[in-house]
Design a protein around this ligand. Structure first.
Ligand code: FAD
Length: 383
């Protein structure tokens, strides 16, 4: 009996799940992928876009290319999900699936912090990163502040990479006026889940570049005319250019569907990504997976990828009644761009107990090149 799988989201998790499933299921089984965006974005390259090393066109690919591979693509805003009935409503039409994979990512929402969106630029979206790049280009001197507006956000090292890349970029421009890059973070240390040694290594990298670091500074408001940031602890910071990471929450449609647990995200079995609704899986940034140390698994593409592999493998096995079962093992690695054509690499086993096990490889040109190769490979492999 041919089946229909509805995949919600054409980001990292959705695209990998669709491809892997298509490779395993005969053509009679429908795979339908939904996304409001026309293009898939390779988000790690937003950091290179920020400092003018990429154009927007270089880091996106049309989702429609998936159609050539036998994956149906629906470009529409998903308006409603009914996980019990396994239905999705978009563009006035309702689809029913035998299986549902929810990979809708995180919604970025600066609205809770007065003045933030007006005063700064976020490099976490394509449009925001483009505007941030123009603002960095126009910067002639003064103080750049990189701000995390909440302690938990996807790719926990990205704001630190942004600060190091901007510092290297401004240094190379040999500006006449004095300038400074500082990071104000809501969290207590960089990459909290990776442990104190990894956090200390990133702090050392920042200090080595003269970047000031002010952890545990939770922003409460930003005044765009005065160009100043107010924090919960009473501190005030002035800036000439503000680059920020907005607070994240589950997408509105997921919240409206009643799919979120107390964490504010979808609860899943951490090995299989199954939700409490039969035939419904959720993966990537829209989920929260608690770890033994009391914090959730960080939100990162490398995990969305591994989870999508496991979900697609098990789903195909259930449909075909053969094949090996797969589990998501909580391992992942991440490049850390440090500027000047160098990158470090962190590798972690995040399901290790009592604490995740991390190894950090020193910054090198070779690791930066490895990230470039990964970027090109990603865009070629899936599109
Ligand atoms: C600057 C930056 C750098 C990063 N660097 C790294 C890195 O080096 N390594 C790493 O592992 N991760 C990195 N990440 C994180 C990584 O990009 C995310 O964790 C990953 O994309 C999550 O995949 P996902 O499939 O869960 O969600 P996403 O990739 O965000 O995809 C969600 C999709 O759902 C769509 N969508 C949402 N709501 C709706 C709706 N209602 N209707 C229709 N479509 C909808 C969106 O348009 C989107 O395409 C970085 C992120 C940023 C912002």
């Amino acid at each position: 009996m041919p089946t229909t799988t509805l995949i919600l989201g054409g980001g990292v998790g959705g695209v990998v799940a669709a491809h892997t499933l298509r490779g395993k299921l005969p053509a009679a089984h429908r795979i339908v992928l939904f996304d409001r965006a026309r293009d898939h974005l390779f988000a790690p390259s937003l950091l290179w876009l920020l400092v003018g090393d990429r154009t927007p066109e270089q880091i996106v690919r049309p989702l429609d290319r998936l159609q050539r591979k036998g994956i149906e693509v629906v470009h529409a805003d998903i308006d409603a999900i009914d996980p019990a009935a396994r239905t999705v409503t978009a563009a006035g039409q309702t689809w029913h699936g035998d299986h549902l994979i929810v990979a809708l990512g995180a919604q970025l929402d600066a609205s809770g912090c007065p003045g933030l969106a007006e005063a700064g630029h976020t490099f976490y979206t394509l449009d925001g990163a483009r505007q941030a790049r123009d603002a960095v280009r126009a910067f002639r001197g003064g103080r750049v502040v990189v701000l995390t507006a909440a302690p938990a956000y996807k790719c926990p090292v990205a704001p630190y990479e942004a600060a190091m890349l901007v510092e290297a970029h401004l240094r190379a421009r040999k500006l006449a006026a004095p300038w400074q890059v500082d990071v104000y973070a809501a969290e207590a240390a960089p990459m909290g889940v990776a442990g104190p040694a990894a956090g200390a290594a990133v702090c050392e990298m920042l200090a080595g570049k003269g970047i000031g670091y002010f952890p545990q500074h939770q922003v409460t408001a930003v005044e765009s005319t005065a160009r100043s940031i107010r924090f919960e602890n009473g501190a005030v910071a002035d800036f000439d250019l503000l680059l920020y990471v907005p607070p994240h929450r589950a997408p509105a449609v997921v919240r409206a569907a009643g799919m979120c647990a107390d964490s504010g995200w979808i609860a899943v079995d951490r090995l299989t990504l199954a939700t409490r609704w039969p035939g419904v899986w959720a993966l990537g940034d829209v989920t929260s997976i608690p770890l033994a140390l009391g914090k959730p698994l960080p939100k990162a593409g490398v995990f969305a990828h591994g989870q999508a592999d496991a979900v697609a493998t098990n789903l195909a096995r259930a449909v075909l009644g053969k094949g090996k079962a797969a589990v998501f093992d909580g391992t992942g690695e991440c490049f850390i761009e440090t500027g000047d054509g160098r990158a470090a690499l962190g590798r972690g086993k995040f399901f290790a107990e009592p604490l995740p096990e991390m190894t950090l490889h020193e910054p090198s040109h070779a690791l930066h090149l490895a990230k470039v190769v990964f970027e090109k490979g990603w865009l070629r492999r899936w599109f």
